[in-house]
Design a protein around this ligand. Sequence first.
Ligand SMILES: O=C(O)CCC(=O)C(=O)O
Ligand SMILES: [Fe+2]
Length: 288
Amino acid sequence: MKRAIDAVASSSGEFLLKKAKASHAKLASGAGFDNTLHHIIAEPTTFDLKNEIKPPALTKPIKKSPGLDLVLYKPFIPRPTSTKLFNYLLEALPWHRVQYATRGRDITTPRFTTVFGCDETGAPLDTYFRRPRALPPILTALTDLVERQTNAHYNFVLLNYYADGDHSISYHSDDEAFLGPNPIIASLSLGGARDFLMKHKTESARKEKFVLDDGDLLLMRGETQTQWLHSIPKRAKASPRINLTFRKAINTKATNNYYRYNVGDGGIWRWMDGKMVHVGKTDEKASD
Ligand SMILES: O=C(O)CCC(=O)C(=O)O
Ligand SMILES: [Fe+2]
């Protein structure tokens, strides 16, 4: 399944876009506006992830249903590091609201997204739909730690920011051919707890529900993506949450797809003065 998975469009998208237009007009005319829209704010020197992360209190393999092969690490990142990381990522990164058309409908992704990484084919960077962005140091450090914990290699980090309970990801599986067979995906949660629902693709009575809490790491492997779907449903009340998925792209198609559905061309949003502000257009070619 390609990553056009947001056919359940969200009305909060339109609302946020309207709200942002006002801020954008103000920014465009205002002084002190940093025009390097894609920049990543340097991490505070107080980050010392390697020493702040301790072995998880709980490491729970979950294999009770056919094809389901998960490991839950609770927590992988303890507080207050998880909070510090959440706050830093929200503010430091350029975010996007991706819009695309599918089956004749215009969809606005019902959450903010952003992505870093590249396949390891060595293809020239300017041959991609969007110029791939290098992992910023904090994501390189995190990837190293996740690799060590999960014994796998990743070259991509996709981030989702769910501002509130209206933000969601609909049922999908990440079994794209460009990740190779039985991809290993590690998923890190920061901030507000959300339900993570799973259902078997063919045996619809088989369902699972986990609460993903601040600092939790969920490893999905084996036939999980082939046999199961997962989602983060909307809920009445939810605190802001960032999710990071660590993946391994094996070809250029993967890289193009990830930038198309996580950067897109709907513009750049930044966390400024306690809210997301639409700061400008995505550069046609360079996204770094
Ligand atoms: O936010 C989550 O926990 C899940 C995100 C997800 O499934 C995805 O990005 O493919
Ligand atoms: Fe997913």
